[in-house]
Design a protein around this ligand. Structure first.
Ligand SMILES: [Zn+2]
Length: 225
């Protein structure tokens, strides 16, 4: 995907390669860039992942993954991804706000036979930290679905597909089950209340008036005026 802003096309790929359990290095692909910022990074996580978007998008992805890696379910998901023989690409996509992130892979038998496939997550990196949607919890109460929770949910799908353990028709429930473990662990870490998600569907977060809709990240795509 290409991000095009007036006069500026910037594509940065950060490749984080696992060298050991606590040492990672990265490289950048700036071939489409008008500017050539020297972007390097290192993280102390045992995972292998590519991030694509402009600089700000990548920084936001990275910050959210940093948070995901603070809890056991986050680390184990990232670790399982790194131990697969496949690559994960997380791409910024303005339009992914409509479905709150999308995880895709070639539809082959490898998704379910333990071999796995390369996976791509399209995710809107510019949604607010509190997220673009709420989802339903117990007693059909709307609960938070933060950007971090949303991204973890997509990483759970990615893990299933990259390791060849995609649960097919139950994939959404499997991802939500793991998301709830993550929600609980992160809530405890942050000393916040835990809200268990019980439904697949959710609702867009929209302001009271059309004038308040934030088009900078695509809120207009999910909020009717
Ligand atoms: Zn899902």
């Amino acid at each position: 995907m290409r991000i095009v802003k007036k006069g500026l096309t910037l594509k940065i790929i950060i490749t984080i390669l696992l060298l050991s359990s606590n040492q990672l290095s990265s490289a950048s692909d700036l071939s489409d860039s008008h500017q050539t910022p020297q972007f390097t990074d290192s993280l102390h996580y045992g995972f292998k992942i590519d991030l694509r978007g402009d600089y700000r998008a990548i920084m936001r992805f990275k910050r959210w993954i940093d948070i995901i890696a603070q809890v056991p379910s986050g680390i184990s998901t990232l670790w399982a991804i790194s131990q697969s023989n496949h690559q994960l690409l997380i791409k910024h996509s303005h339009f992914s706000v409509i479905s709150s992130g999308r995880t895709s892979a070639p539809m082959t038998r490898n998704l379910t036979n333990g071999i796995g496939e390369d996976v791509e997550i399209k995710f809107n990196a510019y949604i607010p930290d509190q997220g673009s949607h709420r989802v339903y919890g117990e007693n059909r109460r709307l609960i938070e679905f933060t950007a971090v929770q949303n991204l973890f949910h997509e990483l759970a799908h990615a893990k299933h597909k990259m390791t060849g353990h995609w649960p097919y028709s139950r994939s959404e429930f499997a991802a939500i089950k793991e998301e709830n473990v993550f929600r609980k662990e992160l809530a405890e870490l942050q000393n916040q209340p835990y809200f268990r998600r019980t439904h697949i569907r959710g609702e867009s977060i929209c302001p009271q008036t059309a004038e308040q809709i934030d088009t900078s990240w695509g809120q207009d795509l999910i909020c009717n005026s």
